[in-house]
Design a protein around this ligand. Structure first.
Ligand code: AMP
Length: 175
């Protein structure tokens, strides 16, 4: 098995979680596996080292874990994108449409300096709704360069990538 196949082998499928018909990609076995966790962060670090990245953005909640580890590895900072009402300081907000109803993401108003180069990282790219809202949130409020949008896992059949226009997208694992 190559490295990526080895990483894929530690992702656990949980059928019908959190609701019927969803196959949930459980990343906790990867987090608990020292070699797999190190391989994941090292692989991302190799991709982004030397590119002048100063902030890694993590999306609530599992994105935080990987974004902070990658930021540490790169010598960068971490910025949190959270569900409404969780961030303590002044925020910008972006709403987005779900299958039923709407949701929103928020970011602190002082998250970036103008001109900073950033990477956005989340655990799973599914339908792409969350990442599209996150990109709008950042592009509408800050003058920063999104170098790439990265995921541990991309669910190819959901075509979430089509919602990320005009930005490079990279996923370590495809299912
Ligand atoms: P979406 O907006 O549909 O791309 O979904 C994005 C968020 O939902 C990601 O942050 C994931 O953490 C979570 N998510 C969606 N589908 C799955 C899945 N099948 N397995 C694990 N997490 C998922």
């Amino acid at each position: 098995m190559n490295d990526i196949e080895t990483l894929k082998s530690v992702i656990r499928d949980i059928p019908d979680f959190p609701k019927e018909g969803i196959i949930f990609k459980d990343i906790t076995p990867l987090l608990a596996n020292a070699d797999a966790l190190k391989k994941t962060i090292d692989t991302l670090k190799e991709r982004y080292a030397g590119k002048g990245i100063t902030k890694v953005v993590g999306i609530e909640a599992r994105g935080f874990i990987f974004a902070s580890a990658l930021a540490y590895a790169l010598g960068a900072g971490t910025v949190l994108v959270r569900k409404p009402g969780k961030l303590p300081y002044k925020t910008f907000k972006q709403s987005y449409t779900l299958e039923y109803g709407t949701d929103a993401v928020e970011i602190h108003q002082d998250a970036f300096e103008p001109g900073q180069k950033i990477v956005i990282l989340d655990d799973v790219l599914a339908t792409g709704g969350t990442i599209a809202a996150t990109i709008n949130l950042i592009q509408n409020n800050f003058d920063v360069e999104i170098v790439e949008v990265a995921f541990l896992i991309e669910l190819d059949f959901l075509k979430g990538r089509e919602k990320i226009k005009d930005l490079p997208v990279h996923s370590l694992m495809h299912f």
